[in-house]
Design a protein around this ligand. Structure first.
Ligand code: HAM
Length: 431
């Protein structure tokens, strides 16, 4: 037998049973984010490698060891996007962000790619749902996106989410923090691996991304970001905390959250879920006031976040798919197939929101009813959220008499009537 091909390591297929859940989550995102004035953006799945080096940062784990980078046929270095913020900013700069009315409010959903060691909740191709707000400098911008994030989480049934927030010093204060961190860690440098020693010299903030227990132990008594904020940054951070409290958003403060990406300035935040295993970071985000200028645009303050959609769906217990009526059309045998196609189309016209499915097994009405009954008893057998199941039974009697027999699977009642009466009967049923 020929060897079967498998999906590449770290990827996973979403068959309709799962995919419908992702689509429903994305529909909630569109509705909630849309209600705040955020429009959707779709950027290319691959970008020039330089974009990520300049935004995410050369010394981050993402750029350093997790990117899918390849030359195209003309030798240009391209990279499958490991995250979407860089692509969004690149697109806005390219389209002339200086001319756009501010603020610019955008959201996106799509695949991202990171060459990580796969484990539960960690994939090499994963999906993110993200949001970017550009042009609002104050803490009110951070509060808008975090407030909107919580509205989205609530709509998905996450009522107990808690944000962890921190503020990363900028400018000279950031340099002073980096120096203090180096002074704290250097005496212990001998205990660090080569990679962490490199981080210590080149980008000490990235030491916080280290998974090495030795490095973590050294960092325990390290200087705190919040002790290094300049006056304006402190005011920003205090104002954000005041706004979050005012709007009833549960949060904790932690100077341990520095996020594994270089573009952050001031506010950073994360939300974890206890319903996930070791990879419990549901989402992360923060302010990136210098990125637009870094990528060649005018100085533009910005803030956003991205949710790991695979993890989000994994942790969800609420069913956000819209309830649907399932009409299961069962021709008795091949002689009724064409009749069944016509009746199905007619019902779709009458019930545009229903799911009208035909059984073409040709194995008789009893078998078809068995399948319909299985879905009625346990809706998990169907990719849609089936709220009611009706069977339309079409035998030779129906075909010849131009009638249909309808059976309501929840009550078991069955009626035969002229096909011409479908509108009336279904109308009554739906109302
Ligand atoms: P990030 O923290 O790198 O931030 O990723 C955000 C979320 O994506 C994580 O919290 C996690 O849920 C999910 N994620 C990351 N890697 C994986 C993986 N290998 N498998 C499954 N899920 C994963 C960003 O990407 C920033 N662009 C967020 C942002 C937007 N900041 C400002 N605007």
């Amino acid at each position: 037998m020929t060897a079967r091909l498998k999906a590449p390591k770290g990827t996973h297929d979403l068959l309709a049973l799962d995919s419908e859940k992702f689509a429903a989550v994305e529909a909630v995102a569109r509705r909630v984010f849309g209600s705040f004035g955020y429009g959707e953006i779709r950027t290319p799945t691959f970008e020039s490698t330089e974009l990520f080096a300049r935004s995410v940062g050369e010394t981050t784990d993402i750029v350093h060891k997790e990117m899918y980078t390849f030359p195209d046929r003309k030798g240009r270095s391209l990279t499958l996007r490991p995250e979407n913020t860089a692509g969004v900013v690149r697109a806005l700069v390219e389209k002339g962000i200086q001319e756009m009315p501010k603020p610019v409010r955008l959201w996106y959903a799509g695949s991202q790619f990171r060459y990580e060691q796969p484990q539960a909740g960690r994939y090499r191709e994963f999906r993110q749902i993200g949001v970017e707000l550009l042009g609002v400098p104050g803490a009110v911008g951070d509060a808008e996106v975090i407030g909107m994030l919580f509205a989205f989480l609530r709509a998905l049934g996450f009522t107990d989410a808690v944000a962890t927030v921190n503020c990363i010093p900028r400018g000279p204060a950031r340099a002073a923090f980096s120096r203090a961190l180096q002074e704290h860690v250097r005496p212990h440098a001998g205990r660090l691996g080569t990679e962490d020693r490199k981080r210590l010299e080149e980008n000490p903030l990235r030491l916080f991304d280290s998974k090495d227990p030795e490095a973590r132990a050294i960092l325990e008594g390290a200087p705190k970001t919040l002790d290094f904020l300049d006056e304006a940054s402190r005011t920003h951070h205090e104002e954000l905390k005041r706004l979050l409290t005012l709007f009833g958003i549960r949060f904790a403060e932690s100077s341990a959250i520095v996020r594994g990406i270089d573009y952050y300035t001031l506010t950073v935040f994360e939300v974890a879920s206890e319903r996930l295993g070791a990879q419990n970071a549901l989402l992360g985000g923060g302010r990136y006031d210098e990125l637009v200028a870094e990528l060649g645009g005018p100085a533009t303050p910005a803030v956003g976040f991205a949710i790991g959609e695979d993890r989000l769906v994994e942790a969800m217990t609420k069913d956000v798919r819209l309830p649907k009526t399932l009409v299961f059309v069962i021709p008795d045998g091949p002689a009724e197939f064409v009749y069944a196609l016509g009746v199905s189309d007619q019902i779709r016209g009458l019930l545009p929101d229903a799911v009208v499915e035909s059984d073409y097994s040709g194995r008789g009405i009893a078998r078809g009813l068995g399948r319909a009954g299985q879905i009625a008893r346990d809706p998990a057998h169907h990719p849609f959220r089936v709220a009611a199941v009706h069977a339309v039974l079409l035998g030779s009697r129906e075909r010849e008499g131009d009638t249909v027999t309808m059976k309501d699977l929840s009550t078991g009642t069955q009626q035969t009537f002229a096909r011409g009466e479908l509108a009336e009967r279904l109308g009554g049923r739906e109302r």
